[in-house]
Each structure stands twice: as structure tokens, then as C-alpha cells.
Design a protein around this ligand. Structure first.
Ligand code: ZN
Ligand code: ZN
Length: 365
């Protein structure tokens, strides 16, 4: 009997230890005993800073790669198998994969914050394998059907866009007319600018240390940009407010850090207005010197932001589908699955904004 996986590759891109990667043909996951799951042939995967961090260092904080692990977590693909109880997806559907699966039963899950589930199984976060593989098995409600006019390449960018939706919509709660400063013009920072624009922000200021990134930010979504100088955080903050015409307002309504860099975080607390909101989206050094007096006397609302939760993927797809966020512009290059390591190298050196790996199962959509 012909199987939907016949003739398709289940080659997987595996990290053994830092800078030691191999390809391995792994067994195709079975959904026979999984009525609510689907099997997806992976078509495109974006590479993100966290993937590169594991490749270089073998760990992020307490998450340490002890056994060989498949990398990748930003993927889109085609449904090739459906469990007996699945009624929302069918064979051939093109889907964006949400790559983290919560327990659905704990207090955090039941209160609607499943991204905070202590039992979360997240792709390419040890000990769980990632999506740079031929076939991915997932609960059907964590696979999101792409509208016909949204490509699989765009589908692979829904993951970082969902991160930005969570930061801007859920945590920063940006409202129409507000002014927003985003520290860091990497993919998530750029997507935060775009989501803020979609939410009706009146001014969106992108801040980075690399001029070429700011040039891109201006074309993409920012109304103003500022290149950080080697001066005090207070001075950089004053310059940002001047550059964006925010001096009379006394600061920005919302400041988002998507850099994780200590000087940016420090400047952020001087950029935000009295009574404003600050959201930490970027992760860098675990401990930094933080301007706590500014936080206190300005009565700043501070929130962390971690991955994405209920509704974020759907909204991300809607923003792409309606043309409000042109994720396609972020794709610098697409390389074949066999060149995966070269893609990691390019992300590391910063020569690409977003690089996609095509395959191992190709589809020209
Ligand atoms: Zn990512
Ligand atoms: Zn849970």
C-alpha cells in the first residue's frame, strides 16, 4: 500500500555538540495511536538566534543539549497524515507549525497562559527535538491552516511574528495613537515595529547599533530610527526623544526591548514616559544593572514576554493574510536543506535578516 511518506525524505539536521552537526535519517513518527494529531511534511524552516546559540554554545541558560538534538522551530509544511479524530485539517493542507506543546491541565494552562506551562515541550529546546526534519507530528490545533494566498515561506515566519504579536499586543498592549520605541532591529524587533504599526501606533522608533538594519527598519515599518552611540543611557535616551519629537510628551508611551543588551535596557527606562509601559522581549545577559529609581519614580509598568500564547498564531496569520505585515520582506535568502549549517553561519555573522531552509521535503508554493 502506498504511504503518503513514500518518496519523501525524513532526513534530520542534528546537533551533537557545539559546532558538531550531522544529517540522520530518523524514523517517521507514527500517528496511528494519536487520534488528535497530524503528520506534517516540513517544507520551510527559518533559523532564529536561539537555534544559532545552541549550535554555538550547546546551551541557553539551564537548557543544556546533552543528547543529539534536531534543531529548528520556525516551520511550515504540508499535512500528509491525519489522526482519526481530526476534523479541522485534511491531507494537502498547508500549515504553520506552532512548535511548543503545553500539558493543557496545569494551573497556568487552564488560566490561559499556556506559554508558561512548566511541562511545555518546545521544539529544539533540550531534551526535545526540533523541526529541521522530514516529518513533524503535532496536535492538530497547534497546526494553523494558511490561507491560499499566504505562501509556505511566509508560513515559516509566523513563529517570530507570533513572538512580536505577544510582545506588542498582549504584554505592551499598544493602542491606536500611542508612541512606541523598539530597541533592537533584528527580526523580532522589526516585527514588533510592524505589529505596532498594524495596531495604529502613531510613532514607531527603531533603535540599533547597525545603520544597515535601521535603513531596513525605515523601509519596513519604523517612522523614525536612531543609531545608538557610545554615550550614557541618559544621553542616548535624550537623543531618541529629540530624534522622534517626543520631548514635549516627556517620553514614549511604550518601550520594547528586543535586543537583550544592557545599554539598551538602561536607555529604555529613560525613554519611557511617566506612567508608561516597558516590555522585555529580548534575552541577553541574565543579570544586569537596571535603573530601578527611574522605574519607581515614573511608576513604569514592566512586563516580561515569553514566546506566545492563546490566539497569537491566529492573529499573526491574519496580519500576514490581510497584508498588514509584509513578513516576506524579511527573507534575505532561501538555501537547500543540505546547506543548513551554512545558513547557521550566515545568521551568526549577521549578514542576513531571516534565512529559510527549504526542505527536506520541497514544495514550490
Ligand atoms: Zn525563533
Ligand atoms: Zn500546563
Amino acid at each position: 500500500m502506498a504511504s503518503p511518506t513514500d518518496g519523501k525524505s525524513n532526513s534530520s539536521f542534528i546537533l551533537n555538540k557545539p559546532h558538531d552537526v550531522t544529517y540522520q535519517d530518523r524514523p517517521v513518527p507514527s500517528i496511528e495511536q494519536s487520534p488528535h494529531e497530524v503528520l506534517v511534511a516540513v517544507n520551510y524552516t527559518g533559523i532564529c538566534g536561539s537555534d544559532v546559540h545552541y549550535w554555538e554554545h550547546g546551551a541557553i541558560g539551564d537548557f543544556i543539549v546533552k543528547d543529539p538534538m534536531v534543531l529548528g522551530h520556525e516551520s511550515a509544511g504540508t499535512v500528509v497524515g491525519v489522526g482519526s479524530a481530526v476534523d479541522d485539517l485534511k491531507l494537502g493542507d498547508r500549515v504553520a507549525l506552532e512548535p511548543g506543546y503545553p500539558c493543557r491541565r496545569c494551573t497556568r494552562c487552564l488560566e490561559g497562559h499556556y506559554n508558561l506551562c512548566p511541562l511545555m515541550q518546545f521544539a529544539a529546546t533540550p531534551p526535545y527535538d526540533g523541526t529541521l526534519t522530514g516529518f513533524w507530528k503535532a496536535p492538530s490545533d497547534f497546526c494553523y491552516k494558511l490561507p491560499d494566498h499566504v505562501s509556505l515561506q511566509e508560513g515559516a515566519l509566523i513563529e517570530p511574528l507570533a513572538v512580536a504579536v505577544h510582545i506588542v499586543g498582549k504584554q505592551a498592549r499598544v493602542k491606536p495613537g500611542q508612541t512606541v520605541v523598539v530597541m533592537g532591529a533584528g527580526p523580532v524587533g522589526l516585527l514588533c515595529c510592524a505589529v505596532a504599526k498594524a495596531y495604529g501606533a502613531s510613532k514607531i522608533v527603531s533603535v540599533d547599533i547597525v545603520e544597515s538594519k535601521l535603513r531596513f527598519a525605515r523601509e519596513f515599518a519604523a517612522t523614525h530610527t536612531y543609531i545608538s552611540q557610545r554615550v550614557s543611557p541618559q544621553e542616548n535616551a535624550a537623543n531618541i526623544l529629540k530624534e522622534a519629537g517626543l520631548e514635549s510628551a516627556g517620553g514614549a508611551d511604550v518601550v520594547i526591548d528586543a535586543s537583550g543588551a544592557e545599554p539598551s535596557i538602561q536607555a529604555s527606562l529613560h525613554v519611557v514616559r511617566v506612567g508608561g509601559t516597558y516590555v522585555q522581549g529580548g534575552m541577553g545577559k541574565p543579570d544586569i544593572t537596571f535603573p530601578i529609581v527611574a522605574l519607581c519614580v515614573k511608576e513604569v509598568t514592566v512586563r516580561g514576554s515569553f514566546r506566545y500564547g492563546s490566539g497569537d498564531y491566529r492573529l499573526a496569520i491574519e496580519l500576514v493574510s490581510s497584508g498588514k505585515v509584509a513578513v516576506k520582506k524579511l527573507i534575505s535568502e532561501t538555501v537547500p536543506f543540505t546547506s543548513a549549517e551554512a545558513a547557521f553561519q550566515k545568521v551568526k555573522t549577521g549578514e542576513v535578516i531571516k534565512i529559510l531552509i527549504a526542505g527536506p521535503n520541497e514544495k514550490d508554493v
